[in-house]
Design a protein around this ligand. Sequence first.
Ligand SMILES: NC(=O)c1ccc[n+]([C@@H]2O[C@H](COP(=O)([O-])OP(=O)(O)OC[C@H]3O[C@@H](n4cnc5c(N)ncnc54)[C@H](O)[C@@H]3O)[C@@H](O)[C@H]2O)c1
Length: 242
Amino acid sequence: MRKFSSGNKTAVYGALTVSESAEVHVLEVDETRCSELREASNGRIKAWACDVTDPVAVDAAIQAIFDSGFEPDVLINNAGIIHSEPLVNMLSRGERSHSRESWRHVMSANLDSVFFVTSRVVDRMLAKRTKGIVISISSISANGNPGQSAYSAAKAGVNALTRTWAKELGGMGLRFAAIAPGFIDTPSTRAALSEAAITRLQQQIPLRRLGDLESIYLAARHIIENDYLTGTVLEVDGGLVI
Ligand SMILES: NC(=O)c1ccc[n+]([C@@H]2O[C@H](COP(=O)([O-])OP(=O)(O)OC[C@H]3O[C@@H](n4cnc5c(N)ncnc54)[C@H](O)[C@@H]3O)[C@@H](O)[C@H]2O)c1
């Protein structure tokens, strides 16, 4: 199984356990993370420094990957940033409205990136008659999470694209699905939430714990292996409902 991924880690490491012969390419904006990925995988992950919000950079990186002889059959859109900000901050003495810059930045990182990368990779899959699979990492915030206007809207957009492309391209043998995690125990979650907040949160999660990376890997594997599955948004959230 060959993989192609934007963003790093979760499903990419998991993908290596699906098949030791997997060829994995990652588009990652952070050069340090690119190096870490190469080192952690003994060079088996090909990490390309690329900002997936920049369509010119995306086109160049993807063309370079194709030119290296790689033909993707799975794309995982994982890159994203989590952002919380109220629509109106009533406690602020200055600007009270949600920043327009952060709105654009969050939409760009979480939604534009999925469109830019998927359109190029699917074009290639169609040209090569590859019956490819696109898995996009969404979030349960797509249901509308108070305090996360941009993030919720972007992830809802990811779900809409997933269903749209499943209908548009199913006849060509391509499948599309999204994984909507709840709260996963990653460094970014730990950085965003205090210990006290995590403890409170765990009380609200029916399974009383954060999810682990393995749960996301298993969801991706299920989507890849079950070839009658498309247009689905798979919630992996320990039962937490937003
Ligand atoms: N951690 C959670 O609890 C959680 C919950 C729901 C959804 N998600 C989603 O899962 C995905 C991964 O989240 P994570 O928690 O592992 O975050 P993370 O920050 O650890 O990983 C995201 C990766 O994407 C990269 N990235 C960000 N912007 C990029 C860009 N413009 N170009 C290229 N690479 C870029 C980052 O450098 C980072 O390596 C995101 O889409 C996030 O929205 C995470």
